[in-house]
Design a protein around this ligand. Sequence first.
Ligand code: SF4
Length: 361
Amino acid sequence: MPRASTPDGFGPDESTPDARRTGGCRAGGAQRLFASGELARRAERAVALLAACTLCPRRCGADRLHGEHGLCGGSRHAAVASYGLHHGEEAPISGPHGSGTHGSGKHGSGTVFFAGCNLGCAFCQNHDISAPAAARDPATRATPEELAAVFLDLQRRGAHNVNLVTPSHMVPQILEALCIAVPAGLDLPLVYNSSGYDAPETLELLAGVVDIHMPDAKFWDPATAARLCRDAADYPQVAREAIAAMHAQVGDLILDRDGVAVSGLLVRHLVLPGGLAGTAPWMAFLARLSPATWVNVMDQYHPCSTALDMPELAQPPSVRELDAARRAARDAGLTRLDPGHERRAEALLRALLCGPVRAGK
Ligand code: SF4
């Protein structure tokens, strides 16, 4: 059975004023597909892919229906490392800053952390749960009924959405669980929070089901991707096609009147030292997709896992590199850059100038 985690992270800022407002409605694509019977058909098609697994671009062919584990560690059932309300995602995902736990997100995002991963970055900050061995651990195994109960528990606890973290190798299991959770009342927006290493046929199964696509845009250079992600030289091409397909499914990010996302695309780009992420071409690509693409240029890289032993990844990017990355995003013409780094800089400055804030002062 998956276990609930405690809230962590620090909270997002208020949403930018240029977002469209929709009046706080819930998204409901999965409900419509369930009512028509299409959700069950999609689940069936997705489960069939597990027989000689071609669910992700690795296409490793593991027979996950009969006891084999793929390169990602996945087998027949979902593998869930933990779940819980998370207040440290972007403001449109966790909720606007200021009123929730730890003074951050209002209600929080209902994160479900799947164990295992189909990409396997050398610098993964969740390497303890993304390693294939974590997905093979019987303690993480969840039946469709158990995964559906997780989704419903997050809704009961007030989550703004169900945030499926590292879901690419678990799409059939997610669809099976939705076939149980939706008729039981689940009506939160679904967030597909992936590395961007997603196969087009698998993304098609999610059309109309997922409300918010939140992919990473990790590397532009195939040789870098091969070196840092278990020989995945095709990552840049796959991710570009996946992000374009996601945008075609859900469009630009749309917020409700409280600044919480109800649908659309939000892209994360982690700036790496030495220009390894290829920030400038990624920003140009995303701006061509749409200048209104919501992009989080992330500054929090720190070496961990096997990256500690890799000289090119053994230090965080410099202040100059981070400034250049943000400038590249602005110069590309992107108009909706996530303000999270400004909030972190303000908090750091405040701490340096004033020291820790005490209660009651
Ligand atoms: S999802 Fe896992 S089992 Fe399926 S092709 Fe990808 S790595 Fe292999």
